[in-house]
Write a protein that binds this ligand. Structure first.
Ligand SMILES: *Cc1c(COP(=O)(O)O)cnc(C)c1O
Length: 387
């Protein structure tokens, strides 16, 4: 158990306080109506999110992991089908793939974007490959031009895990659009700490194809076509009406949340640039509020501000140093998926291994005060200036 820090990774109560009157009113109206399951706020939220993302279909569900499970169930793949995914990612994707009797194939990530490496995808394709599953980690998007091109040439599905990148916008050579809307199916999570978070669990699936959307909706509701008529084996996965009401309020503020995150990221980048120039750390792949990094074709919504400490053996002392000054830090993720007992595979992924030993994330959230940001920068500088 980590001690509560003066400056936490995020400030959920602070965000609630800021939006309290709107959120309380939205929750009260659900309590008054009593439509707790599949209520009107759920339908309205799905429609508003679909409009925001310019995607024809949004199907809300219980959480981001269920969203991934529903996406893969809907594709109805033969047992043993291979899914190519990055090993530097959150575990939910690997878990769902294995639970459904599919076979994860872990590949390498790009050392500067931390996102799935397109050349590694091509090399991992076999006659059993059916899906490429990019994870848009930390708030920016994998190279969708390349991924969609590979998928097209090899006749593969693309499932995008956009749990950390809702609202990130990709402007590529041949494709443009929001995270989760460019592949066959996209998924997201409304876990409280995500950029668009509710007050408990929540998730959603996005897709453009009506037939697929209908199937996903049916799967999420016990495989029912009409009440008590079950055509396929489904699950029970719903977004609570109360959560949808909270999310409707927060969706209207999402652009503002992202502008605030971007300002903080810019401040960190400006403040820590000298340490990068000295070769002590590597900042996120991002070159400014109005420009896009050459290796990144999407905007960055900074779900996390993650840097690499080049001398990885200093990471623990760095975290202790910050903690002693009341500043939280986190490691996303300390152990790659291919090295976890649950998903173990004998593959050599040196970039992924190195990232897991070096990465550390600093606090970032719309409520982080300017003085806290400055204090964080000063303390990082102080740590690296120690002899
Ligand atoms: C949070 C997260 C999930 C899972 O979402 P839950 O709502 O917690 O089930 C999946 N993938 C990624 C990349 C995530 O960050």
């Amino acid at each position: 158990m980590q001690v509560k820090q003066r400056i936490g990774m995020l400030d959920l109560v602070g965000q609630y306080r800021r939006l309290q009157s709107e959120i309380d009113a939205a929750m009260d109206s659900v309590l008054e109506r009593g439509d707790f399951i599949q209520g009107s706020s759920v339908t309205l939220f799905e429609q508003e999110l679909a409009d925001y993302l310019s995607v024809p279909h949004v199907i809300s569900c219980g959480n981001g992991t269920d969203a991934l499970q529903l996406a893969f169930m809907a594709l109805d793949l033969p047992a043993g089908s291979e899914v190519i995914l990055p090993s530097f990612a959150y575990a939910a994707l690997a878990e769902v793939i294995l639970l459904l009797g599919l076979s994860p194939v872990f590949v390498e990530v790009n050392p500067s974007t931390y996102l799935i490496q397109e050349s590694a995808i091509e090399a991992a394709i076999t006659n059993k490959t059916r899906v490429i599953a990019p994870v848009h980690l930390f708030g920016c998007m994998a190279n969708m031009d390349a991924i969609l091109d590979i998928a097209h040439r090899h006749n593969l599905y693309v499932v995008e895990d956009a749990a950390q990148a809702i609202g990130s916008y990709y402007s590529g050579v041949s494709v443009r659009g929001f995270a989760g809307t460019l592949g066959t199916v996209g998924t997201t999570s409304f876990f409280p700490s995500k950029n668009l978070g509710c007050f408990g669990d929540g998730g959603a699936v996005f897709c453009s194809n009506l037939e697929l959307a209908t199937r996903i909706r049916q799967l999420a509701n016990h495989g029912q076509s009409t009440k008590y008529i079950h055509d396929i084996v489904g699950i029970n996965s719903r977004l609570d009406t109360l959560q949808a009401a909270v999310l409707r309020v927060k969706l209207a503020h999402l652009e503002d949340f992202h502008a605030k995150r971007l300002t903080i990221a810019q401040r960190y980048v400006d403040g820590l640039q000298p340490l990068q120039d000295q070769g002590l750390l590597q900042l996120p792949c991002f070159s400014g509020i109005n420009s896009q990094h050459s290796e990144l074709k999407s905007t960055h919504v900074f779900h996390q501000f993650t840097l690499r400490i080049i001398a990885h053996e200093k990471r623990d002392t760095f975290r202790q140093f910050m903690s002693d000054r009341g500043i939280a830090t986190m490691v996303y993720y300390p152990l790659p998926l291919h090295r976890q007992n649950a998903y173990f595979q004998e593959v050599a992924l040196p970039v992924t291994e190195e990232l897991c030993s070096q990465v550390v994330s600093l606090p970032i959230c719309p409520e982080l005060r300017l003085e806290a940001q400055q204090e964080i920068i000063l303390n990082v500088e102080e740590f690296f200036q120690k002899p």
